[in-house]
Ligand binder design. Sequence first.
Ligand code: SF4
Ligand code: SF4
Length: 56
Amino acid sequence: MKHDPSRCMHCGACVNVCPSGALELEDTLLIGDGCRECLACAAVCPVDAMGCEDEV
Ligand code: SF4
Ligand code: SF4
């Protein structure tokens, strides 16, 4: 996954929905090694800040 920090408003929705607990919200959103590219975070993000490499 790729994350666009300029769009992210730290709502935490992606962190709550990630089935592998790969996301951590700190000063910026951190994507850990557990990411399985399931795209659940991208589907729930209200500002499209999460996406595949080509999309962000
Ligand atoms: S793609 Fe899936 S596994 Fe990866 S960070 Fe997003 S919700 Fe978590
Ligand atoms: S759902 Fe989107 S806006 Fe909300 S914390 Fe995650 S990346 Fe940021």
